[in-house]
Design a protein around this ligand. Structure first.
Ligand SMILES: [Zn+2]
Length: 160
C-alpha cells in the first residue's frame, strides 16, 4: 500500500499511539479492499504472495490501517511458512493477543495494539531469543526503510 492510499485515512499516523475505536463501516470507506479484508474481517493472504516475505532491508514495519509501529527489520527472519515472520514486536503495547479457536485449531491471534486490526498469529516455534514466530499478513504491513523512518522522526521533532 503506498502513501496515496492514505490521503483519505485521518487515523493513519506513525507517531500518534492513542488507541482508536473506529467502526468497521468507517474502516470500509477508508481502507483498500485487501487491507480491509484482512484487518477487519480476519482474512488471510495466500502464502508466498507478500513482497515482504524475503525483504531484508533495514527499517520499520507499521500497521497498514493506522500506522502504528509493529516490528523492526532486526527481528524479522525467514521461517519458510509463506508469510513475513518476526520473533518480537517493537513493544509490548504495539500488539494485542487474543485466543483464536476457529478452524479447529488453538492459536493466538495477533492484533494491532492501536486499531485492533487483525495481523496474523503467533506460534511458539520461533528462533531465539524469544522462541516466538509472529506470522503476519504482509497486506496489513507498511514498510519504511530506516533512512525514511529517521527523516519522519526528525520532522516530528521539528514540529514539536
Ligand atoms: Zn493499526
Amino acid at each position: 500500500m503506498d502513501s496515496s492510499d492514505k490521503k483519505n485515512n485521518p487515523y493513519y499516523s506513525n507517531t500518534d499511539s492513542s488507541k482508536l475505536n473506529v467502526s468497521d463501516d468507517e474502516w470500509k470507506k477508508l481502507l483498500p479492499e485487501d487491507v480491509y479484508y484482512i484487518a477487519r474481517q480476519k482474512g488471510t493472504e495466500r502464502p508466498g504472495t507478500s513482497r515482504f516475505e524475503y525483504l531484508k532491508d533495514k527499517g520499520t514495519y507499521y500497521c497498514a490501517a493506522c500506522g502504528n509501529g509493529l516490528f523492526v527489520s532486526d527481528t524479522k527472519f525467514e521461517s519458510g511458512c509463506g508469510w513475513p515472520s518476526f520473533y518480537q514486536p517493537i513493544s509490548k503495547a504495539s500488539i494485542i493477543y487474543t485466543p483464536d479457536n476457529t478452524h479447529g485449531m488453538t492459536r493466538t491471534e495477533v492484533q494491532c495494539g492501536r486499531c485492533k486490526a487483525h495481523l496474523g498469529h503467533v506460534f511458539d516455534d520461533g528462533p531465539p531469543p524469544t522462541g516466538l514466530r509472529y506470522c503476519i499478513n504482509g497486506v496489513v504491513l507498511d514498510f519504511k526503510k530506516a533512512k525514511e523512518a529517521e527523516k519522519n522522526f526528525n520532522e516530528k521533532d521539528k514540529k514539536d
